[in-house]
Design a protein around this ligand. Structure first.
Ligand code: FAD
Length: 405
């Protein structure tokens, strides 16, 4: 009998799980449930090209131009999964129950809300979905002054897009530096200066203590430094948390994320999970990753294993962010006690390379996509490297890749 494989969630993890499950078991009935009203789309353009008016969210469907149907996957939109009945092996959705033989949970992340600035407050915007992006883009059209809460990836991408649109932007960040969770101090400082050079006012070590009653169509924020900042709009980019409630309610093991093994299996052998919502074993203990590539790569493995495979997910993680003309990209696992070298590259480019003993473990590059692709292969293939050669731009990575493992 054909197997029923159900996937919950229309991000990259869910879409790739569904596509790969169908590829591995072409006889299976594969169904993807999304609570959104549309074909699943890529989120990264939402804070960049979409806000800048260079693209629409529907321009980048994750499954390709012809959608999931072209992969023989049944897509159910507006189909929020309400519960998982593990004993009966069925999911309960807004549109009725659906039986499964194997289930993949790929519910992604929920935005962290700032209590003083909740999502439904007038003039306050959050950004996670295409509906959010459309609303924010429309609001930015009439905006002269913007405050962004949070100098992480989303906050700074929004600040960069708004600045390119000619909007005077202030960023409020409670940490002493920007991009704390994404990069080292030196890179963070470089990106900070690039924002300041374009007129962005970045307030570090600062938080919002009060939102003043609004008059005259503005919103006014009082900061911990005692300043009052008036703006037309506020965008909150305060990070995300795993959307694990469904799994927890079904009694699956969770620990700030759904705990999965190497094969993406949860504590129930018939249920897999992938993407932002999972916690899994990294080289330094259990970790959770919140980036596009992890979603896609873990989704692929979860889908194949839901269809009967036994593949292991052993990622070399990577993320990127685009701000102005800067393409900042990281690859690998930062070692606990790194030795670090910097390799200058032409123009506004460089690579920071971190070794752990003889092996390259992590790299962070600015405008260094081509070199970073080679570096990633050095990490993946566990090729021993000479730190002096890494730092020397005249020593091509291609030659290092030919070295014996
Ligand atoms: C604006 C923006 C820009 C980004 N830019 C970058 C970038 O430049 N680089 C990078 O590496 N990463 C970026 N990211 C992060 C990246 O997009 C995420 O890490 C990735 O989307 C996670 O994939 P996922 O499939 O795990 O979860 P998500 O993409 O969050 O997908 C989960 C989906 O499940 C649906 N869902 C949840 N619960 C249910 C339910 N009960 N029933 C049915 N459906 C449900 C949700 O609506 C959602 O569509 C960005 C994210 C955003 C929001």
């Amino acid at each position: 009998m054909a197997k029923n494989i159900v996937v919950i969630g229309g991000g990259p993890a869910g879409v790739w799980a569904a596509i790969e499950a169908k590829r591995r078991d072409s006889a299976a009935n594969v169904t993807l449930l999304t609570d959104e009203p549309c074909e699943p789309y890529e989120k990264p353009p939402l804070s960049k090209a979409v806000l800048l008016g260079k693209a629409n969210p529907e321009d980048a469907p994750i499954a390709g131009k012809s959608g999931l149907a072209a992969h023989d996957v049944t897509l159910k939109t507006n189909a929020k999964c309400q519960a998982i009945d593990r004993a009966a092996r069925k999911v309960i959705t807004d549109t009725g129950p659906l039986p499964y033989d194997a289930l993949v949970i790929a519910t992604g992340s929920l935005m962290r809300e700032v209590a003083l600035l909740p999502p439904r407050m007038p003039r306050v915007y959050y950004l996670r979905t295409q509906a959010h992006a459309r609303a924010l883009k429309a609001a930015l059209a009439g905006c002269k002054k913007l405050v962004v809460i949070g100098a992480g990836l989303i906050g700074l991408e929004v600040a960069a897009s708004a600045t390119e649109l000619g909007i005077k932007t202030t960023v409020i960040e409670f940490a002493p530096r920007i991009l704390v969770r994404m990069c080292d101090e030196e890179t963070g400082l470089y990106v900070l200066v690039e924002h300041q050079r374009r007129g962005v006012d970045i307030r570090l070590d600062t938080s919002v203590t009060k939102v003043l009653p609004q008059s005259s169509g503005h919103i006014a924020l009082v900061t911990s430094a005692g300043d009052t900042i008036a703006a037309d709009l506020v965008v909150v980019g305060a990070g995300v948390k795993p959307d694990e409630a469904l799994a927890a309610a079904a009694g699956l093991a969770t620990q700030d994320g759904i705990v999965v093994d190497e094969q993406c299996r949860t504590s129930d052998g018939a249920i897999f999970a992938a993407g932002d919502v999972t916690r899994f074993a990294g080289p330094h203990g259990l970790v959770r990753l919140e980036n596009w590539r992890h979603g896609q790569d873990q989704g692929v493995i979860a889908g194949r294993n839901a269809a009967g495979g036994t593949e292991a997910y052993r990622p070399v993680p990577s993320f990127w962010t685009e701000q102005y003309d800067l393409y900042i990209q990281g690859a690998g696992w930062p070692p606990a006690n790194p030795s670090r070298v910097k390799r200058p590259l032409p123009g506004k480019s460089w690579l920071l390379l971190e070794t752990d003993g003889p092996l390259l473990s992590y790299a962070l590059g600015i405008n260094a996509q081509k070199d970073l692709a080679a570096v990633r292969r050095l990490i993946e293939r566990r090729i021993a490297v000479d730190p002096a050669a890494l730092a020397d731009p005249n020593q091509p990575f291609a030659a290092m890749l030919k070295a014996k493992v």
